[in-house]
Design a protein around this ligand. Sequence first.
Ligand code: 73E
Length: 848
Amino acid sequence: EKWPKGDEKSWKAALRGVTTESPEISKSIVNHVQTSLARAPYNIDDFGAYQAAALSVRDNLIVNWNSTQLEYSRKSPKRAYYLSLEFLMGRTLSNALLNLGVLDNYSSSLSSLGFSLEDILVQERDAALGNGGLGRLAACYLDSSATQELPVWGYGLRYKYGIFQQLIKADDGTQLEAPDPWLDHQNPWELPRLDVTYEVRFYGNAQRWDEGTGRATWSGGQEVLAVAYDVMIPGYGTKNTNNLRLWESKPKRGFDLQSFNAGNYERSVESSNSAAAITSVLYPNDHTSFGKELRLKQQYFWTAASLADMLRRFKHLEKPISQFAEYNAIQLNDTHPTLAIVELMRILVDEEEVPWDGAWTIVTNTFFFTNHTVLPEALEKWSVPLLEHLLPRHLQIIFDIVSHPAIIRESSLFLQSVEKKFPGDREKLSRLSLIEEGFPKQVRMANLAVVGSRRVNGVAELHSDLVQKNLFPDFVEFYGKSKFGNVTNGITPRRWLDQCNPSLSALITETLKIERNVWLKDLYKLEGLLAHVNDSEFQARWAAVKHQNKERLALFVERQLGIKIDASALFDVQIKRLHEYKRQTLNILGVIHRYLLIKSLKPEERKKVVKKVVFFAGKAAPACTLFKMSTLLPLTIRLIVNVARVINADPDTNQYLSLFFLPDYSVSLAEILIPASDISQHISTAGTEASGTSNMKFCLNGGLLVGTVDGANIEIAEEVGEDNVFFFGHLTPDVEDLRYQHTYHPIPVEEKSPALAHVLNTVSSGIFGGDGVYEPLLNTVRQGDFYILTDDFDSYIRALEMVDEAYSDRTEWIKKSIRTSAKMGKFSSDRAIQDYAQEYWNIESVKL
Ligand code: 73E
């Protein structure tokens, strides 16, 4: 790349503020090059230009952020806090430009300085502080909260390393994990608040005062410092700019010195126990709870700092502490922040001297809990001995919540009130208990979250139903139905339509004859597209946009993998975390089935086949702990990569079917893939995917779904009509029976699905190499088959045949695509956030 790109003359003009293109913006960019970056004018590459542009945009954000926070202080509205261990933000510059309404100005200003906005946007590293859907949901919710001018702050951790970078070894397709040092360059989107700090204690001793009050003193142990970093969250089309406060851990001066002085050098430098280790890395496991001490430390460090911060803010209001819940709502994003319930009890009882019952009333009016999965392996449990060691006071409080003999009023004595309601039902009692018996005993965080919260919700209708019927039936019986609800997830149409698919956004604006900033804030307006479904010119333009996005993806793949792709083929996409329940294995076995079928055809018959390109992307939780190979997911990646190698090189078939595994899936990669899909796959075993959110993103961009009757797929089909979704597979109520059958009355695959048996045997035969390495993976299908691939395979293949058939009538297909997109209003995260604001948090917008 050649640089300097700009010419001296235009840069000097910009400095003097005499350019024709947005003079103020040009001047501010050039100023930042000279001052903040300390570079000679125009002596910068694309990355430098990105940094200067970002710093210039940041100046605007700071002004808005300040006015917003000032207004919040002045009006003291009730606030909501979204506690999430993960915020999967992706890139910020283009989002900030869009939300501030200055995208075109910056684009022209940059080009007058010799740069292209497009090249500059891709210089930014993703902020990838999350694993998948749960973290991305948090990011969408922040966007929608700011856009709707709601006083909502996020609280999370400032991990030094985000989700690992995935590399795929070229020779055998194994996944390698590399660290993600996303903070190596200065991060323009955060404001370090080195003066906003809190001390957080670990270990030590808890000494009760007297049994009557339930109060105690907690002292000793290790103290670390939490330092605040504020990330500005601009709303779309409003000055309102909210805050995401991320905590960084650092040693409290003195602690390390103390152990050093005591001659314990090893301890003072020991990395796993050091203060800095707490926020060093995001745990890359989703849907698993490991019980690791460092993870528990993260959870407490973050909830303690966040609560101390909220308390400090509340105290500025000079209101009695009894009104805390009238000014604060706290949303728990899954059970990860459940310790906040216990920490608020500790603060109220031990420090604010609130009587136990009063404290419990405040707590149970403040918290709200969202469950995101019913998979048992994801349900967090912390061992009692570990809690006792790390957080001795909190363990006391947990036991007190269960039943403290000396705490006075009965209403808050959980187990006693259960006993009163269901006398003698000991099994029910043990199911409701916060403590699971065993060696060691464990604290069930989900039960604690339910007990300590005002309301509990799932993330899609089916999921919320399963939460009530399967996960917490006894709690529903105990508290009544009204404590439990549903908020179906949503996605922000700003990032997931306007930013990632500007051509489609422009076509929609033109067709609806409504301003973009209106329909982007009221996504139900998309229904207006239905009036144009039969307009052949509109159809042609709709199809042209899709084709253009497919070419953009094709170019990306060609640059990355060096392989040319035919953009006129049907693009079939499955992108998400690798997980057994998401059944990427079903998809790859389906691809092999298609390959064998095409291969078996005579050359002239092959010409009738619908051309297809299959894309996979997704990270697998790192498999090798020191002691064991924990999952077979990396094997699934190897299989995909090696099948791709064989079929992409097969001259008999490769014009009809090709296959790609794109490494290092990220928010930014999703932004390229989603607008380019004709169909996407959401094929979890029924009842296992709580919601899914990428399904919404694909549909919003006019892609159709192949999916099971699961999660939000169901509600999408309700909106767009079942004839526009390719459903297949067994329903949720069947799954348990099938699993029972597999265990007690197994039927060989050959009988159940000869087609699948043929595919499995072909893989075993070694035509995709591997020398038998795939056997453990294939055996999970042949025996046990927990995720019921054998039961769903034939119906899956039929669904894909229906796709081929539908795609052959291109006009009908385009109509389906338009209808799908038009009916996605419900899935805007603006609607979801309104649900939370009204039905849960009881907060109102604040106008500047
Ligand atoms: O279905 C998705 C859902 O759309 C669900 O699997 C995911 O949350 C999304 C947003 O609601 C989710 N992630 C986790 N649990 N459910 C999870 C669990 C442990 C660690 C990290 C993430």
